[in-house]
Design a binder for this molecule. Structure first.
Ligand code: AMP
Ligand code: MG
Length: 509
């Protein structure tokens, strides 16, 4: 095959594949499938530079060959990682990389280690009935969402490249253009990775994995009195931060199975995820989440549930006395809601333009959300309008009203004006100028999130017409989420009622 011919000038990746080297038995070696006609349709040059890769050499047909899987670069050791997972509450003892391969780990200029993995690179021993492939739409969605989250300052895995394969993949909806995503991550170690070995009673490999994870992500706890308990605590603290940040921006992951939760604290596996438009804690977008298990408001509870599964997996390592181990782990799990709320409230204070910590702040924040919920107003715009309020007082209520004129008149809605008076009084205690408060709020509240109707529009154009322009424009916009820019008004607005009502997302990567 033409594309599989040897490469003249091989760019160096400086791979150092510790997982493959140190954790034999926790993965199976793999080989990416060859594709017919690889075309590099997106290359993340900024990320490539940050990873210390040869951007110039890779943003090319050579990059297409590498990031499609047609050419395995020197130094890569492609492997499919084993993992298990609770999916919608039910345990699957064997999931694993069924359509992904870890190419290897690269060390950036700052010495930080990053996994580079292909997604959609063909079947592996973990594929079960699947074809191991990915479709273009979900690949672009993951690319866009990851970049948006990164720009919002939220820990996330990121896309390095998207390649179309020239092949079709077959899904329920019919034939779709095929694609491969290259993903960079602090690691791909998941809660489910621990569950895989714990469920088999394979304590040796469980301990090897835990020791490896500690060395990679939490080297400082190696000498702790109980390193495995400390690992649980470290993961729980990172997840408390992560979920709080999701909640602060209205992000709904959609499929928080334990195999989709990293121990690094990075967001991973952007499937049916979406940002909430109108504020409603019960919002669910995923078409398969019929019970609303992964609804917006459930995310902190699910995170804790998933951490309890991690705790169970780690118990055999903690002490020889099972009851003692359970008591120690329970303590950590019980701290999670406290850490989560502290992080969430810190985020809400920033969003509300408040610096000091006062006891009434929790009620102030939750009451604001209650007034939004009762009016079904747009979550993102509400904070943007509130920031304007310090400059042009008495605008917020009427502007929010204009978004949903019919609902706003509901007599049951708690009055916005009363809340605004409380917020003004609270703001006055800060002793900083309204101008400074507005500036701080502009830094905390994004103007541009990936609006659902715009994401669909961009993905439709790319997958149906081969037109990448709407995707490129939207990507550019969400990469700078803070501060209004001229000419981008449409990107700051929610969709029409027809576009937002009943919006559904689908997995099918
Ligand atoms: P997800 O829900 O997308 O995180 O995937 C859950 C599991 O299904 C993982 O083990 C995936 O590797 C596997 N999987 C998903 N799609 C495919 C596919 N097209 N082919 C093979 N395995 C897949
Ligand atoms: Mg997954």
């Amino acid at each position: 095959m033409e594309n599989a011919t040897p490469i003249a000038a091989e760019p160096s990746f400086y791979f150092d594949n510790s997982y493959a080297r140190m954790l034999e038995g926790l993965y199976v070696p793999g080989r990416p499938a060859q594709v017919v006609e690889p075309v590099l349709i997106k290359y993340n040059r900024a990320l490539s530079d940050a990873l210390g890769l040869d951007t110039q050499a890779l943003d090319s047909p050579l990059g297409a060959a590498i990031f499609s899987g047609n050419h395995v670069p020197i130094g890569a050791t492609p492997i499919a990682q084993a993992y298990a997972g609770h999916q919608f509450g039910g345990f699957s003892p064997q999931l694993g990389d069924g359509r992904a391969l870890l190419l290897g780990e690269v060390i950036d200029r700052a010495g930080k280690r990053h996994d580079l993995a292909l997604k959609g690179s063909g079947r592996t021993p973990f594929s079960r009935g699947g074809d191991g492939k990915a479709a273009l739409g979900p690949v672009l969605r993951e690319y866009l969402m990851g970049e948006a989250m990164h720009a919002l300052g939220i820990p996330t895995t990121r896309a390095l490249a998207a390649v179309t394969t020239g092949e079709s993949v077959h899904r329920e909806t019919g034939a779709l253009p095929g694609a491969v995503l290259t993903r960079a991550a602090s690691s791909h170690i998941r809660v489910g990775t621990f569950q895989f070995f714990a469920a088999r009673g394979d304590i040796d490999n469980l301990r090897r994995l835990a020791d490896y994870t500690i060395a990679r992500h939490d080297p400082e706890i190696k000498e702790a009195p109980n390193p495995y308990l400390s690992l649980l605590r470290a993961v729980a603290e990172r997840q408390a931060v992560l979920i709080a940040r999701w909640m602060n921006v209205g992000f709904i992951h959609g499929v928080m199975n334990t195999d989709n939760m990293t121990v690094s604290g990075e967001t991973i596996d952007y499937g049916p995820c979406a940002f909430m438009d109108q504020y409603d804690p019960a919002t669910v977008f995923s078409s398969i989440d019929l019970q609303g298990r992964y609804a917006y408001a459930n995310q902190p509870l699910i995170a804790r549930w998933n951490l309890a599964r991690l705790a169970e997996a780690l118990l055999p390592l903690m002490t020889n006395a099972p009851e003692r181990a359970v008591a120690l782990a329970t303590e950590v799990l019980d701290e999670f809601p406290i850490h989560y709320e502290r992080n969430w409230l810190a985020g809400m204070r920033r969003k509300l333009g408040l610096q000091a910590q006062r006891t009434d702040d929790l009620a102030l924040a939750t009451d604001f959300l209650k007034t939004l919920a009762s009016r079904q107003v747009d979550f993102t715009l509400a904070f943007d309008y509130l920031a304007d309020e310090t400059q042009v007082p008495h605008q917020t209520a009427s502007r929010l009203q204009a978004l949903h004129p019919t609902v706003n008149d509901a007599p049951t809605a708690p009055p916005m004006d009363a809340w605004l008076s409380r917020w003004r009084a609270r703001s006055a205690l800060e002793g900083r100028s309204p101008l400074a408060q507005t500036a701080a709020m502009r830094e905390a509240n994004p103007v541009y999130i990936p609006r659902n109707h715009l994401v669909e529009e961009a993905l439709d154009a790319a997958t149906q017409q081969g037109d990448m322009r709407p995707f490129e424009r939207l990507l550019d916009v969400v990469k700078q989420p803070f501060g209004k820019r001229d000419g981008l008004e449409r990107y700051a607005l929610p969709g029409t009622t027809e576009q937002t009502a009943g919006y559904k997302t689908f997995c099918g990567t």
